[in-house]
Ligand binder design. Structure first.
Ligand SMILES: [Zn+2]
Length: 210
């Protein structure tokens, strides 16, 4: 799938509107490559901002330029200004190997960004995660992305989700990875002792490198 950067994202249904970055292909080539490549410091910062993959179950994606391939999850970037960007996992390969330069809106936003404050996007993901009538894939993506908010409301929702047997059966590992982020932040140390679904425990252990 190929998009011009900053197009409305419509590859998968998602609980929030997003804009595309780094969905490169033959038609538009390596967008942004005519400007200076990213510096080492910029690459490092971009890599750090691209740490959690959502939608990890999509199979494989090939690079149109060199044939490299990798699994096809998505990075999502939640900027404090309310914009959300979605990129294929391959974006780091494009940046490192093909001189791709993400659009200024995203680069500037990431440089300015601290943690996003609780906002309508967080409210929406929170509601989706806890709504038992919602689609399970939707709820799983909400569990992944809610960890972007370092906020007790996000932690509370993830804890409740961890004890939702039906959801934990299919998305427990992602719930666990999100909970691990709160353990890292020192907000959920008591979680380690809690009686948790096996999948949730697996996700926590995997994110903690155990
Ligand atoms: Zn390539």
């Amino acid at each position: 799938m190929e998009y011009l950067d900053l197009s409305p994202y419509d590859y998968l249904t998602f609980p929030l509107p997003m804009r595309t970055v780094g969905w490169l292909g033959r038609r538009y080539g390596v967008q942004g490559a005519s400007t200076a490549p990213m510096t080492g410091a910029e690459l490092e910062q971009f890599g750090a901002a691209s740490r959690r993959l959502g939608s990890r179950t999509l199979g494989w994606h090939d690079c149109d330029f060199c044939g490299a391939f990798e699994s096809n999850g998505e990075y999502r970037y939640y900027l404090p200004d309310g914009e959300t960007y979605a990129a294929p996992m391959m974006i780091l390969h494009y940046v490192e190997e093909h001189g791709y330069r993400p659009p200024r809106e995203l680069r500037d936003g990431l440089q300015a960004a601290g943690q996003p404050q609780w906002d309508w996007r967080a409210e929406r993901l929170h509601a989706v995660l806890l709504d038992q009538s919602e689609d399970l894939d939707f709820r799983c993506e909400a569990a992944v992305d809610l960890a972007n908010w370092n906020d007790p409301r996000a932690l509370d929702a993830l804890r409740r989700a961890a004890h939702d047997e039906h959801l934990a059966d299919s998305a427990g590992d992602e719930i666990g990875r999100s909970l691990a982020a709160f353990v890292d932040r020192g907000l959920a140390r008591d979680l380690i002792a809690e009686d948790l679904h096996d999948m949730v425990r697996y996700g926590i252990d995997e994110a903690s490198g155990q």
